[in-house]
Design a protein around this ligand. Structure first.
Ligand code: ZN
Length: 149
C-alpha cells in the first residue's frame, strides 16, 4: 500500500476510534472550570470541564461531552489525552502547535508532543473543518480565561 493510502487508513481508524469511544468523556462535579463551545456551521457542540491544581498552574483533570461530527469529537478526545496533567503553559503551547497543523500555518514547535493529533493535518484543505478540529481547544482556552476573571 502506498504511504498516502496507509496514512489515510490510519487517519480514518484513529478518528473513528476516538469518535466512537471518546476518552475522558463525562462531566467533572463542581467546583471546576467549565466552558461551552459551538460551531453552528457544522452543528458541533462541546462542553469541557477542568480542574486545576491548588496553585492554579496545572490541569489536574479534564473531561468533555459533546455531539457533532467525528472530527470535532475525535479532536476533543485526543486533546484531553494530551493536555490532562499538563501545565497551562504546556497546554497553550500544544494548542498553538495544533492550530498551526490544522491551518497549515507553519511548522509546529514540538511535533512529537502532538502525537496522533498530527493526523488531523488533512483538515487544512477544508476551512470549515478547521473550526471542527479547533472547537474543543477553544473551549478549554475559554474555560481557562474564565478563571482569570
Ligand atoms: Zn464538525
Amino acid at each position: 500500500m502506498p504511504l498516502s493510502e496507509e496514512l489515510r487508513d490510519l487517519y480514518q481508524q484513529v478518528i473513528l476510534d476516538h469518535s466512537r469511544n471518546p476518552r475522558n468523556h463525562g462531566e467533572i462535579p463542581p467546583p471546576c472550570l467549565h466552558a461551552h463551545g459551538d460551531n453552528p456551521s457544522c452543528g458541533d457542540e462541546i462542553d469541557v470541564w477542568l480542574r486545576l491544581s491548588d496553585d492554579g498552574q496545572n490541569i489536574d483533570d479534564l473531561k468533555f461531552t459533546g455531539q457533532g461530527c467525528a472530527i470535532s469529537q475525535a479532536s476533543a478526545s485526543m486533546m484531553t489525552q494530551k493536555i490532562k496533567g499538563k501545565s497551562k503553559t504546556q497546554a497553550a503551547a500544544m494548542r498553538e502547535d495544533f492550530r498551526r497543523v490544522v491551518m497549515g500555518d507553519g511548522a509546529p514547535a514540538d511535533e512529537d508532543a502532538l502525537g496522533e493529533l498530527i493526523l488531523l493535518e488533512g483538515v487544512q484543505k477544508f476551512p470549515q473543518r478547521v473550526k471542527c478540529a479547533m472547537l474543543a481547544w477553544r473551549a478549554v482556552e475559554q474555560a481557562l480565561d474564565s478563571a482569570k476573571a
